[in-house]
Design a binder for this molecule. Structure first.
Ligand code: CA
Length: 231
């Protein structure tokens, strides 16, 4: 496993490294203390996970995250400071998978890391079966490939999981809580806001008009469904 830590505080880098090292002996850890350098590292090293601080000396973590998503689907956990103004929704909108507040315990960090890694690689069991085709969307479960109008769509592991949950029950409304559980695991309670952000992201990638969604339909106060009907 390869980890990239983008953080300018050496103590935090050390603490995070220690966490990984204890849990995954032999893990390869590379760190950068600035955003631009971190982006270069990600491009060069193709890590399995990235820990990204919000406050960096050059460009902030939000901008780093935005730029990561232009070329990589690596899981990203953002680090923030307690009481610091941190827009969680903004972080998720820019493509982060999760965030954690400093100071954090080893247990907390590992729980988040494990949750993110569990979602990546994609679900492997029960992945046989025919591809699902709904209008211009095609999901090939066997190879985790999603296409819209024949063009391949790059989804992050979490986005795929979310889509997968709805696709496996196409036409049925999946309650918010069930979707949140599938995507984040059991730790999240008030995740409806995050879910909304993810759904928006997914709609954007699947070219489903967010103002007038025909594909991922919201059942107000209940949940979301992948609709078979185009109009
Ligand atoms: Ca910092």
């Amino acid at each position: 496993m390869k980890v990239i830590i983008i953080e300018d505080d050496p103590e935090i880098v050390e603490a995070v490294s220690l966490c990984f090292d204890l849990r995954w002996p032999g893990v390869e850890i590379v760190s950068a203390n600035e955003g631009i350098a971190g982006l270069d590292l990600i491009e060069k090293e193709s890590p399995d996970i990235t820990i990204l601080d919000v406050g960096l000396p050059d460009i902030d973590g939000f901008e780093v995250c935005r730029r990561i998503r232009l070329f990589s689907d690596v899981p990203v956990i953002m680090l923030t400071v307690k009481y610091q103004e941190f827009d969680k929704v903004k972080g998720l909108e820019l493509g982060a998978d999760d965030y954690i507040t400093k100071p954090f315990s080893h247990v907390e960090l590992l729980a988040r890391v494990k949750a993110v890694l569990r979602r990546s690689p994609m679900p492997q069991l029960e992945e046989e079966g025919e591809p699902l085709i709904v209008n211009n969307l095609r999901i090939d479960y066997a190879c985790h490939e999603v296409r819209v109008d024949g063009a391949k769509v790059k989804l992050t592991p979490m986005e795929y999981r979310l889509l997968h949950s709805m696709a496996r029950n196409v036409g049925k409304v999946i309650p918010h809580s069930v979707l949140a559980e599938k995507v984040w695991g059991g730790n999240y309670v008030n995740s409806n806001d995050y879910l909304r952000v993810y759904i928006q992201r997914l709609r954007g990638k699947l070219r489903d008009d967010p103002q007038n969604s025909k594909l991922i339909v919201s059942e107000r106060g209940v949940g979301y469904k992948l609709s078979k009907q185009r109009d």
